[in-house]
Design a protein. Sequence first.
Lengths: 225, 282
Amino acid sequence: MIHFEQVYKDYGRSGPALRGLDLEIRKGEFCFLIGHSGAGKSTLLRLIHMADFPTSGTVRVTGHDTKRLSSREIAHLRRKIGFVFQDFKLLPNRTAAENVAFALEVTGTSRNATKSRVSKLLAQVGLASKAEAYPSELSGGEQQRVAIARALAHSPLVLLADEPTGNLDERAARGILELFRAINAAGTAIVMATHHLDLTRSFPEGRVLELDQGTLVYDSAGGPR
Amino acid sequence: MRHALREALAAFRRSPLLIVFSAAMIGLSLFTVGLFGIGAHNIRQVLDQIESRVEIIAYLRDDIRDDAAELMLAEIRAFPEVEQATYVSRAQALERARREDPVIFADLEVNPLPASIEVRLQPGNRSPEIVERVATRISGYPFVEDLNYGKEWVERIYLLRRIAGATALVVGGAFAAVAILIIGTAIRMAIFARREEIGIMRLVGATDAFISAPFLLEGLLTGLLGAGFALSATFTAYRVLTRAVFPLIWLPHSWVLIGIAAGGLLGLVASAISVRQHLRQL
């Protein structure tokens, strides 16, 4: 579903962020992306999300070479790629329900369809009772659940998560991981960049990819590289 | 589209002062152009009147025969540039002169005045070059003794008109540029205020067209609002000047419509430039 072929990414400061990365992520897979800060984890996620494009090499998402897509095609393809962040990126002046609805509204979903979809999504992440709460009234874990509900709005093929538990305590982090497992069980692939190595151990079925200075140094699916 | 309208109106509610300020600046710019337009329009009306009096007068030799004069008249009338050509006989010339100055021309024994043909050109054919060309053709007739067509006068009128046109372009252009800068800044601030939302819109797969639409609409509405300000200010100025100084002619409807459209277009273009520049950077 996602292919990296000899991908180099150079931001022009302090050496390339990715150096000749080859990687395939299959449908429905659960991948942990580990490595030090600056190892290239976020760059990898940004390249999948088409927020950036490779300096050389090819990134294919559902068969499309990301470099060859128009901005319109990228927008449409992004609806099939959910993204959650360490800092949640919720709009503070909108309720939980409105934050989720926003993802549907701005892609032209009708108001009625949005309403019922939002209730389902909030229920899915266990926040049905907090629909009218503003982000400031929610705990970190709850805010991340809202962000996940938003990322799931268009039933994505893959959910990208950049340190989603970075701002959360142990218990909330485990809750988020459980939620990811449930989402993955329903068929959505997950690519989760994390520092929490113990999380990867608590989910041994997950594939672990380790990056170091822009190269893939370990892949649990293919052994050490 | 409904989203765009809702968001654009929300922007008006969120920062009404900024919107009113940018609309006022567009209004001020268009108001200046409007005042200039009234000036130009009135000058033009006066010029048209003066210009319609531009004539070529061919004085004829005394020994011209009537049939020769008539033939010449018929031929001149057939020139494509000519609107009207009139034969004034010696007797008619004297009669006219007596009406204008009864004292001098009262008791003349001999008529000193020549017969003439007065030629008026069509409205579109009064440029100095055409006047000169027609005059040269008429001077080619054997019975023409002298020719009077106020060459310098014609050229001066045209120069005045050209200066008026050029000034309108320069002043209008300068103000349009200022208006574009101001609206562009307002839109940039609006984009900056909503950068978080825009980032999330991108994140969840909203198209650029969808993201830009509210800002473009905001620019368009601001421009139209500014045009509204300008129109009422210009009309007020026109009324005051007409009452207090001298009667003026109000702008033709087409100019007013063009002015309103220009306001909208200015707003739209300014926001389009700003959106193009700044959405990329977010």
